[in-house]
Write a protein that binds this ligand. Structure first.
Ligand code: PMP
Length: 427
């Protein structure tokens, strides 16, 4: 198949007519699929149902230290849960606070705390004038939304195959004290699926930001979410920061949302003692403690890191074929046409597609018209503004495998139709 850009106007017209006919036929099938959010499928949720049998009215409800988990107490979380979440994030248990079910909630709370009360003895962010936050893009829309909500100016940092462009990060943070943080998904990034290189992690650990209260928000949401036998390996930022005496710089986040249940998992954050004390002071007014019965359930079900890896292997068995189905369809229908590039991640929840510039919104709209909902075009950029209108995040985990192929085929059809329209506009 000829590259679209090399086609004559006449060839494009006839291709467009052919694709439109196929599109109308697809529409008539009345598909109703959702590839918008990184949600586990029902079969994945079923994997953790055994966890609900861990506790019943006969259980003694005690933690290993004898703590009655039905009662108030243990605001940092059960010691064994702190240890497990610490292992997941790469820090010692004493540097971990276990929260409720959502790590995004803990990120929001951390920004909120810094806004109103400041971090580690510095002035509250809200008293420091107009502030900025670095947003590597394409990135996670809900990260960007948190800092937009709090009134930050969002600064786009290009995402490379090694992670955020560290030349840009070093230059900006080194010279501008109004920059207070950066969002990072260091392993199997949302949506590009890349893992930060060792050099990127080392450069993060060695940052010398102009702002003493600048923080790296290290959201390791996909730290054990492998799709292959050759997993990416992420260097431990905590260890690297400690080597540089920079342990106040990073804030770590993770959850079991995509290990057990997104609606009822366990979230945690990790940080230096100094940072944690600031946050403890904040949480102390907010809650008398997290849900320790859910922690008990998780400990009984997952047990340890081996248990987590075994559980992730089961997830992989269910979702890797979905990723493969999408990739195969893309390869068959889009490769060599010069109108799309896509990622082939070793883990995580997303495939990131760059369609022809100026075609992302139209592709998403066409998919919607024919019954497949995708993440809004632009969502992967600050202010939902993709300067090239090119990036689309595809989340293959939620629809059943049988329907994934139909959804991916429709995507390819719509991306091609949008490209034809765009090229004809220019012709
Ligand atoms: N961080 C990233 C990078 C995510 O992709 C998601 C979910 N899509 C979250 C955080 C949400 O995590 P939680 O369920 O723990 O709030």
């Amino acid at each position: 198949m000829l590259e679209f850009q090399k086609m004559s106007e006449k060839e494009l017209q006839s291709l467009k007519a052919e694709l439109t006919e196929k599109f109308e036929a697809c529409k008539a099938q009345g598909l109703k699929l959702n590839m918008a959010r990184g949600k586990p499928g029902a079969d994945q949720l079923a994997l953790s149902m055994g966890m609900l049998d861990a506790l019943n009215s006969k259980s003694d409800m005690k933690a290993s230290d004898g703590m009655d988990c039905r009662n108030y107490g243990e605001p940092d979380g059960l010691p064994e849960m702190r240890q497990l979440m610490g292992q997941l994030m790469g820090l010692p248990a004493e540097n971990v606070i276990v929260g409720g079910n959502s790590s995004l909630n803990m990120m929001f709370d951390t920004v909120s705390c810094a806004m109103t009360h400041g971090l580690a003895g510095e002035k509250p962010w809200c008293q420091q004038g107009k502030l900025k936050f670095l947003c590597p893009a394409p990135g996670y829309d809900r990260h960007f939304a948190v800092t937009e909500y709090f009134g930050f100016e969002l600064i786009t940092v290009p995402m490379l195959s090694t992670g955020p462009d560290m030349d840009v990060v070093e230059k900006l943070t080194g010279s501008d004290a109004s920059i207070k943080g950066i969002w990072c998904v260091p392993k199997y990034a949302n949506p590009t699926g890349i893992t930060f290189s060792d050099e990127t992690v080392r450069r993060f650990a060695a940052l010398k930001p102009a702002a003493p209260d600048f923080r790296i928000f290290w959201d390791n949401a996909y730290c054990v979410h492998e799709l292959t036998d050759t997993p990416d390996v992420l260097l431990n930022l905590w260890e690297e920061c400690r080597k540089n005496g920079n342990e106040d710089l990073p804030l770590f986040f993770a959850s079991t949302s995509k290990i057990t249940f997104p609606g009822a998992g366990i979230a945690a954050m990790g940080a230096s003692e100094k940072n944690l004390n600031t946050l403890r002071e904040h949480y102390k007014y907010q809650t008398i403690g997290p849900d320790k019965l859910n922690q008990l359930r998780h400990l009984s079900f997952l047990k340890n890191m081996d248990g987590i890896h075994a559980q992730m292997q089961k997830h992989r068995t269910l979702i890797a074929p979905k990723f493969e189905a999408v990739e195969k369809t893309f390869q068959e229908q889009l490769a060599g046409k010069g109108i799309a590039e896509w990622t082939k991640p070793n883990g995580g929840y997303f495939i990131s597609v760059d369609v022809l510039n100026g075609c992302a919104k139209r592709t998403v709209a066409l998919c919607k018209e024919a019954g497949v909902t995708l993440t809004g075009a632009g969502a992967t950029y600050p202010y939902k503004k993709d300067p090239n209108d090119s990036n689309i995040r595809v989340a293959p985990t939620y629809p059943p495998l049988a329907e994934i192929k139909a959804a991916a085929e429709l995507f390819c059809l719509c991306a091609q139709l949008a490209a034809c329209e765009k090229l004809l506009e220019k012709a």
